[in-house]
Design a protein around this ligand. Structure first.
Ligand SMILES: [Zn+2]
Ligand SMILES: [Zn+2]
Ligand SMILES: [Zn+2]
Ligand SMILES: [Zn+2]
Length: 486
């Protein structure tokens, strides 16, 4: 691969665009400083971090997994030597396990020990205590095994915490649960409306592309914690805090999140948005933007926490979810749900659940206009809201657009069976074809083309359905003519 670095450092050490970068164009493409297995996964090659199609082999030096005896990229001779005293049973290469969890933190601690300036600078800025606390809560078993092993390799407790927190804060997920660390991407500024989207490739490299057009000199921004993009201020601030990130983007500094009410409550007096008086201070007073009435912050966050728990408690498998119950939450807004506006994250979470339930749940497998219309609507409303909060291209949106496209093409079938007018069916074919154009344009640039292929299939189905419609119209016209002649 070829390195691409369309950026330069400004006086604060932040990265800005070194030229005009068009939407979808590569902003940076770089190899990792180091990479290694993630937490609790099956083995990957310690040399290149991939999982070969054929089986992994045991390194002839130390017995740990490699894709091939010659693949030693990150498996340096010193590491091979050190691992000789550690047992690794090849029979466990295919099991999900914590035994590989320590390798990447060990590699990072070695790089820090060797005095890598860039990494040391970043490590010094990480809020180690906060990050370690949340990591230990989330990955207790993994953290214990890392600590035990690294202590054995004579890494001090401080160094362990520094390496783990640095990784937690900055690493990028690769294929098969592996993770990579990149000095360049650590310099990117976090924003909850980022102007880039990124992916870690299976060869360890990472690519950041422009989510929107970026002008020369513009700050390049990223989501250091990708999962926070579709969370509202309140829940997002918790996630960012756990990672020690202080964000001052437009979303975080505006209590109504760009006027959307994505994290607001509804005022019981005037139905306007109620949001924290001081942005980011959720336990202080919340105030109505309409009538000015004030509510206790902890009461407001309590409502959000309770409703969020209801969503978290929903079954993970689509077949176990109850679409009727979910539709009811949106329509009837029972209990505390009446306090959140339609534009609230939690309502959009329900819509997202429904988008990934219809067509997956066995009761909603065969195309029917009724539920496909609902799915179309849920997808569209979610996408519209996300476009305001984080404009431009992103993988989250592409997945939702795939769902939308799939509902739209399925509806063509349902409309034909339901005896809809040709012109109406053709219109649906046209809309479906047009809808997938943009996500195809985005995904065609990717290394991994399966989603692009799936989107192209949707387009083909819609085009073919339209062609088929035309033929039917011609046949009918011909049949009518014949009848008149007779
Ligand atoms: Zn390899
Ligand atoms: Zn080895
Ligand atoms: Zn932010
Ligand atoms: Zn009010």
């Amino acid at each position: 691969m070829e390195e691409i670095k369309n950026f330069k450092e400004d006086s604060n050490g932040s990265l800005v665009a070194s030229k005009y970068i068009k939407q979808g164009e590569t902003v940076l493409c770089v190899p990792p400083l180091t990479a290694g297995p993630g937490r609790g996964h099956t083995a990957v090659c310690l040399g290149c971090c991939t999982r070969p199609e054929t089986a992994l082999v045991a390194c002839s030096g130390c017995g740990w997994p490699l894709c091939d005896q010659n693949c030693k990229n990150f498996h340096f001779p010193q590491e091979c030597e050190a691992f000789k005293g550690e047992k690794c049973d090849p029979a466990t290469f295919n099991e999900a396990t914590n035994i590989y969890d320590y390798i990447l933190p060990l590699r990072v601690s070695n790089i820090l020990k060797a005095g890598n300036k860039e990494l040391l600078e970043k490590a010094a800025k990480v809020d180690v205590k906060t990050v370690i606390k949340s990591v230990r809560e989330k990955h207790e078993k993994s953290e214990r095994s890392i600590k035990e092993k690294l202590t054995k390799f004579k890494v001090s407790n401080d160094e362990i915490e520094r390496s783990v927190s640095l990784l937690e804060r900055y690493c990028i997920p690769l294929d098969n649960g592996a993770r990579g660390l990149y000095p360049e991407t650590m310099k990117l500024t976090h924003s909850c409306s980022p102007n880039t989207y990124f992916i870690g490739l299976s060869n360890g490299w990472c690519i950041y592309r422009a989510a929107v057009d970026i002008n020369e000199g513009d700050l390049i921004t990223t989501l250091h914690i990708p999962t926070c993009v579709d969370k509202c201020n309140y829940f997002r601030s918790k996630i960012l805090q756990e990672s020690g990130i202080k964000c001052s983007c437009d979303r975080c500094t505006d209590s109504t999140e760009l006027g959307t009410g994505f994290g607001s409550l509804l005022c019981t007096n005037c139905q306007n948005f109620v949001a924290p008086e001081k942005p980011g201070e959720f336990s202080s007073a919340w105030k109505c933007v309409g009538c000015g009435s004030v509510e206790d912050g902890s009461k407001c966050t309590g409502i959000l926490d309770r409703l969020n728990k209801q969503i978290l408690d929903l079954p993970k498998a689509a077949t176990q979810r109850d679409p009727i119950k979910l539709e009811n939450i949106i329509r009837e807004k029972p209990g505390d749900w009446s306090r959140v506006p339609d534009s609230h994250q939690l309502i959009l979470d329900v819509r997202k659940q429904l988008a990934f339930t219809y067509q997956y749940h066995t009761d909603y497998y065969f195309p029917k206009c009724d539920f496909l219309n609902k799915k179309e609507n849920h997808c569209k409303l979610w996408l519209e809201q996300m476009e305001i909060l984080a404009p431009g291209w992103s993988y989250e949106k592409v997945l939702m657009k795939y769902e939308l496209g799939s509902a739209m093409t399925s509806k063509i079938q349902a409309m034909k069976e339901g005896g809809f007018q040709s012109s109406e069916v053709n219109d649906q074919c046209y809309k479906a074809t047009e809808m997938v154009e943009e996500p195809i344009k985005m995904m065609i640039e990717e290394e991994e083309l399966s989603l692009c292929t799936a989107l192209k299939q949707i387009k083909m189905i819609a085009i073919e359905a339209r062609e088929e419609q035309k033929t039917r119209v011609y046949l009918n016209m011909w049949a009518d003519d014949e009848e008149e002649d007779w």
